[in-house]
Ligand binder design. Structure first.
Ligand SMILES: C[S@@+](CC[C@H](N)C(=O)[O-])C[C@H]1O[C@@H](n2cnc3c(N)ncnc32)[C@H](O)[C@@H]1O
Length: 333
């Protein structure tokens, strides 16, 4: 796996440019001597900045291919850095004790997107895989095994693809001839079925996003990660979350709001006692500025939300009120 790209000045660019890095670090400052959980290690851009600011870092990632980057930080900061492989649903055990702050940078890394053999990108031909951790059913399994209606619901629910039925039909027709196993074949098939508007995003963008979310259970993982952070942080501890997708941002925003997890209230029911707030906003949501976007166009849809933990008891995990799309799949998923 590539560990970096050459820069014009002879240095090596990190393989993934950390997004909203200054804003993330500011949201977690002061850092000296603190114990910080970086739940999405990637190429270690956040972890490195946290270590350089004097923090102790426990870094987590579900993708085994990031271990080469973690090894570098382990040798530079042997006393203050530890990497553990796992997912958000295992955060409590992986943290092994209370932490002062948690940071989550949700989504795919540039390494995952840029390596054709990982199968995340419709721009590069590769096997239709998309598994961040290499385990469980792949995108090809979903595309070749789900019922047409489930496939359409998945593309609509997770990708907000309005032409989902047409795409699902085209997939089912094609797979009756042979299994669909490459990113290029799927991208071409989608383009053929719904057409391409000049100047618009590639017609496969939404479908690829939906499949990636389903393959990696990204919304369920996000909810698990948020509630794990709520359990791990003491009063005053900060959770900072960067998302790249409007549905994910909605989940984070609602999670931080008082009523999240309690379900909708009816005006016909007797007045209920207000829920104690679990989170207090730390700063306004932040988006990348012009300079960052020029440097890194992949940051364009990023948004950072940070909040600090109140003293109120942690909630039990609940999807109610968070706006997670309800997509039920039978079979491969
Ligand atoms: C956008 S990248 C993080 C980049 C990192 N902040 C940096 O500066 O290099 C997201 C990383 O989180 C990992 N990831 C995504 N969902 C995860 C989950 N549920 N559990 C653990 N790791 C996850 C991915 O494998 C990927 O490496």
């Amino acid at each position: 796996m590539a560990s970096g790209r050459d820069r014009a000045d002879g240095g090596v660019m990190p393989p993934h440019l950390p997004v909203l890095l200054d804003e993330v670090i500011a949201s977690l400052t002061p850092l000296t001597g603190k114990r910080i959980l970086d739940g999405t290690f990637g190429a270690g851009g956040y972890s490195r900045a946290l270590l350089e600011a004097g923090a102790n870092v426990i870094a987590i990632d579900r993708d085994p291919s990031v271990e080469v980057h973690a090894a570098r930080l382990s040798s530079e900061f042997p006393e203050r850095f530890a990497f553990r492989r796992g997912t958000f649903s295992e955060l409590d055990a992986l943290a092994a004790g209370p932490v002062d702050a948690v940071v989550l940078d949700i989504g795919v890394s540039s390494m995952q997107l840029d390596e054709a053999e990982r199968g995340f990108s419709f721009m590069r031909d590769g096997p239709l895989d998309m598994r961040m951790g290499g385990e469980g059913p792949s995108a090809s399994d979903l595309v070749n095994q789900l019922a047409e209606e489930d496939l359409a619901n998945l593309l609509f629910g997770y990708g907000e693809e309005r032409k989902s039925r047409r795409i699902a039909k085209a997939i089912v027709t094609r797979r009756a001839e042979h299994p669909i196993s490459s990113t290029a074949e799927l991208a071409g098939l989608i383009e053929k079925s719904i057409g391409r508007k000049p100047g618009a995003a590639h017609p496969a963008t939404r479908s690829f996003q939906a499949l990636r979310i389903a393959v990696n259970h990204e919304f369920e993982q996000l909810v698990e990660g948020l509630f794990a952070a709520e359990r791990l942080l003491q009063a005053g501890g900060v959770l900072s979350v960067v998302t790249f997708h409007s549905i994910e941002d909605r989940i984070v925003k609602r999670f931080f709001s008082v009523d999240a997890g309690q379900g909708a209230r009816s005006r016909h029911l007797p007045e209920q006692k207000a829920e104690a707030a679990r989170w207090d906003p730390v700063a306004k949501p932040a988006k990348p500025g012009k300079a960052e976007l020029e440097r890194n166009p992949r940051a364009r849809s990023a948004i950072l939300r940070s909040a600090s933990r109140s003293g109120a008891e942690a909630r039990t995990v609940s999807y109610a009120g968070l706006g997670v799309p309800d997509v039920r799949l039978r079979g491969a998923a």
